[in-house]
Design a protein around this ligand. Structure first.
Ligand SMILES: [Zn+2]
Ligand SMILES: [Zn+2]
Length: 162
């Protein structure tokens, strides 16, 4: 797992290599992205950055996010979530998605064994990478609003309800 310091350092090195000026704005925007670890939307990043740079506009945040995406400093979480969710972790990894709060958590690639596909449904498909999405309810949401049956409900209780 990359530490925040190493990411920040990598950010500055990559910016220099790409000829991008390491401005205060960019440093704050990137800093907030790696601080949340929550795969935020650009709007959520803007809200956090505004606390540090009140004069910044949403347009400026969008523009810098686009620059970071083009430079490979950020990734989009997935292509099918409807909204753009940003990922500062550019190492290969998988995701756990909470269906209640929509937070997205990282799962290190090493937590899964190698994925083998016996047969590809579509022949000729060239695989770039595997991306596993674990969908469920995060610990905080489960504790805040338990299912009506309750976390301690047994299988027998569930059967009676049905
Ligand atoms: Zn949640
Ligand atoms: Zn991620």
């Amino acid at each position: 797992m990359q530490t925040r310091e190493s990411l920040q350092q990598q950010f500055e090195t990559r910016c220099r290599a790409l000829g991008l000026a390491v401005t205060h704005q960019r440093t704050v925007i990137y800093g907030e992205l790696i601080a949340t670890g929550e795969h935020p939307t650009p709007e959520a990043v803007y809200e956090r950055v505004k606390a540090q740079i009140p004069a910044i506009s949403l347009g400026t945040v969008y523009k810098n996010v686009k620059t970071f995406l083009d430079a490979g400093l950020l990734k989009e979480v997935s292509l099918h979530h409807g909204t753009l969710r940003l990922d500062a972790n550019t190492e290969p990894h998988h995701h756990m998605v909470c269906t209640r709060c929509r937070r997205i958590f990282d799962i290190p690639e090493t937590e899964f064994g190698p994925v083998h596909l016996k047969n590809l449904p579509e022949s000729g498909f060239q695989i770039d990478r595997f991306s596993i999405e674990v969908v469920g309810v995060c610990g905080a949401c489960a504790a805040a609003r338990p299912e009506s049956s309750g976390p301690g409900a047994s299988a027998a209780d569930n059967k009676r309800v049905l």
